[in-house]
Design a protein around this ligand. Structure first.
Ligand code: DAH
Length: 336
């Protein structure tokens, strides 16, 4: 047994000297000195010994335990102090600013628009960007030979499948899935084969709006939009409704707001008219109601579609829409 103890001591000391880190030393301590360790294994058999041998072996076991324990402690301490002596921090160095994300200016405008309409009773919903020709055009009373449906304006993905050219098809999805009354705003991207220039982008944001119920009139539409303009642009902003044409509304109108840059006096941003157009709109065409299964004799409603990037240009005085769609951080950082 004495020989076993000495073997154990020799192996243990050797292993402790070789132990490469604090974890390895802890594992050795468990293996040799732990409750179920090798030293305990030997001591368990102390009972087999005679009365003279027992104290000799016991004393030797204690000596081995202390010797090995001391070496393990010493080695573990050397690792701890090496860690303390790690890289020093120079508190006098100037700090580096942490990278911080921000909300894109077009998203800021979209959120503000949707918040105002939420207060006026509208829910915010979304719809697919890949659409069928049926939803993008036909359901919206737009015959395929209408200029808007022409190949030149539309990105076709395959026969009968397009990138939506406006958010209006979501009107059809909403009405097909919900019985009236309906009040929704639909922010999202739309795509057209337009040149990328100061006032056009081939991918651009829109916010669609739709309200359908019994007895809705054009007066309700004017009141709602005028209130929206007051809240978004301020109490001094004037609203103007101009007759227009869209296949899915009758009558149709475009809505202008007095130019925020020159306050209506005329400037290059409003092409010296004093007004800026903010949306297309109108009373939902009875054929659209029929196409989605609503009774056009019973229900009326209004719809509108606006371009939040155009609105952001007015709000922030931007000369070029590309600033909003090119992800140049030198520009975008100003909004963080
Ligand atoms: N979808 C039209 C466009 O992209 C905008 C529009 C006009 C939407 C009239 C409407 C509407 O909902 O009623 O040019």
């Amino acid at each position: 047994m004495l020989a076993q103890l000495r073997d154990l001591e020799r192996e243990g000391l050797e292993a402790a000297r070789a132990g490469g880190d604090a974890g390895a030393l802890e594992a050795l301590r468990t293996e040799y000195l732990g409750r179920k360790g090798r030293l305990t294994g030997i001591l368990r058999r102390l009972g087999e010994l005679g009365a003279e041998e027992k104290p000799v072996v016991g004393a030797e076991a204690n000596r081995v335990k202390e010797a090995l324990g001391a070496l393990l402690d010493e080695r573990a301490a050397s690792f701890a102090s090496a860690a303390d002596a790690g890289p020093r921090i120079d508190l006098s160095l100037p700090g580096r600013r942490r990278w911080e994300g921000g909300v894109h200016p077009v998203t800021l405008v979209i959120d503000e628009i949707c918040d105002i309409f939420r207060d006026l009773g509208f829910s915010r919903v979304a719809g697919p960007e890949v659409e069928t020709v049926e939803y993008n055009f036909s359901k919206l009373n737009t015959p395929l030979d209408h200029p808007a449906a022409d190949m030149h304006d539309t990105f076709y993905l395959s026969d009968g499948v397009v990138l939506r050219t406006h958010t209006s098809p979501v009107q059809a999805h909403v009405m097909e899935n919900h019985a009236p009354p309906v009040r929704v705003v639909v922010p999202g991207m739309a795509y057209r084969r337009d040149p990328f220039d100061a006032s056009h982008a081939p991918a651009f944001a829109q916010v669609e709006g739709l309200a359908v119920d019994e007895g809705i009139t054009f007066a309700d539409f004017k009141a709602t939009i005028s209130e929206f303009v007051r809240r978004f642009f301020g109490a001094d902003a004037k609203t103007r409704f101009r007759p227009s044409f869209f296949p899915f509304t009758e009558p149709s109108a475009e809505v202008d707001v007095s130019c925020r840059i020159c306050r209506g006096a005329g400037c290059s941003a409003c092409k010296h008219t004093g007004w800026m157009e903010i949306m297309g709109s109108g009373m939902v065409h009875p054929s659209v109601f029929t196409n989605v299964g609503y009774d056009p004799e019973k229900y009326t409603g209004y719809a509108f579609g606006m371009g939040p990037a155009r609105i952001a240009m007015q709000r922030y005085g931007l000369p070029d829409i590309r600033l909003l769609y090119e992800s140049d951080m030198r520009f975008l950082r100003q909004f963080v």
